[in-house]
Design a protein around this ligand. Sequence first.
Ligand code: NAD
Length: 517
Amino acid sequence: MTATQDTERSGAGPSALPHHPLIIGGEKVDTDDKLEIIDPSNGEVVATAACGTAEHIDRAVEAAQRAFDGGDWSRATPAERADVLRKMSTLLGERLEDIVELEILGNGATIRQATGFHVGYCAPHLEYFADLAARYEFERPGPRAQFPTLGQSSVRREPIGVVGAIAPWNFPLLLSLWKWAPALAVGNSVVLKPDEKTPLSALALAEIALECGMPPGVFNVVPGIGADAGSRLASHPGVGKIGFTGSTAVGREVMRLASGTVKAVTLELGGKSPAVVLDDADLETTVDGVLYGCMLYSGQVCESMTRLLVPREREQEFVDRLVERASTIQLGDTRDWETDMGPLVSAKQQERVLGYIESGRAEGATVALGGGVPDGERFTHGYWVEPTIFTGVRNDMRIAQEEIFGPVLSVIAYDDEDEAVAIANDTEYGLAASVWSADNQRALEIADRIRAGSVWINDAHQINCAVPFGGYKQSGTGRELGPDALDAFTEVKGIHLDLSGSRDARPYDVLLSHAGD
Ligand code: NAD
């Protein structure tokens, strides 16, 4: 058995466990190597999946290209494609409970959160992409020209061909859907590589796609190790575009690999988002909003508000209330509807978060709450970390600069609003931010000065499929969602049609002036 990244890969996985093959060309394909799917709440292997390699990616890209060239999907009408996506959304809703179970098996989300957010958001987002597809402007007229000859131009949007999607483990279904749904909506074929820890819900969706009438080969799902299957997808010459969500470090590598064949990339990467509290903010709403913004899904959300910037004169009042409210967060059985917070995704992630907590202590910050593994027998198995609040944090400490991806909030005091804005922007990231104030005008003025792709005023984690989402600076490039989401999966073609019908009127004599000599 070989340990690879966070996931065990074995040639002989436990046979009694449910097993999930790859989906290539509409067929289930098994592999010798297996990915072990681990329940993060107890560390037990609960299922296995086939582990695709670079060779499987090659097969999937070939199948996707064949399907694209065949035209059953790429040349279907937009209404036909939208219809299939809507059927998928209906089945997703009907099978919500089963898909939630597949989603949380590997990523440890609580059932409440997975139902309401991880999987709950998927059907409406799919509907949104279907609606966009049905009314997408594939062709619009360009100018009619009189000079040098009469002509009519038009601008067309066409599918790229084969699109590669690489998804992370935190929202396996939703963040992959943000790629495959708009890509498929405009007629592309897709090869999706889910994260090796959490491939099950995406595999289930590929089966639903076939059931709903999507032609075989249009939507292929190949779980596998990032450095093998993922890097082959990013560098494959037959893939025209890569949509990637993950860490900034891997995003850089994907961009480098994609550059070999000059592929388009959309990158949704890491964050270190600030919550900027102004001096007139309401204590109770702000504290609950900030905890929701930071601790949701144990802080494993890319836009988590992990730095709380608070006016120095209100710091103590906020810290007292934060500690009081965060102490009520109940950790426990992820399938219990009463549980507020689950574990971290893996042993590696738990070790990393505990390491950051140690670095915060070593750099002189004070632990006001939490700071380790929770007490109790049930937390000795699985990958648990307490909700943790640091006070006395300076923005140059590692816990304020580096993405922890755990339930760790850093409280940073500021003296005036200019300093607050400077601290908020003093980061290599720019994914999101929030501003908290009783005065909308003041809050909007601060929002204007923050360099981030999303700014929520008096709220957090407001993901709206009709609003573009993505990062400034090293949080990424390109945007997902929003009314223009399909553009990112098209090529643009300019067409000129001569309307003069006359050889003489055209400027060919610039070259052929001696033709009659
Ligand atoms: P990761 O970068 O380790 O992995 C993401 C995906 O990339 C996985 O499928 C992985 O297998 C693959 N991968 C790994 N190495 C690769 C390589 N060399 N070539 C190609 N693919 C490779 O990230 P993660 O740990 O899964 O997710 C957490 C990170 O994702 C955090 O940094 C978080 O902020 C970020 N994230 C960003 C957003 C966003 O929308 N901006 C959303 C969620 C998560």
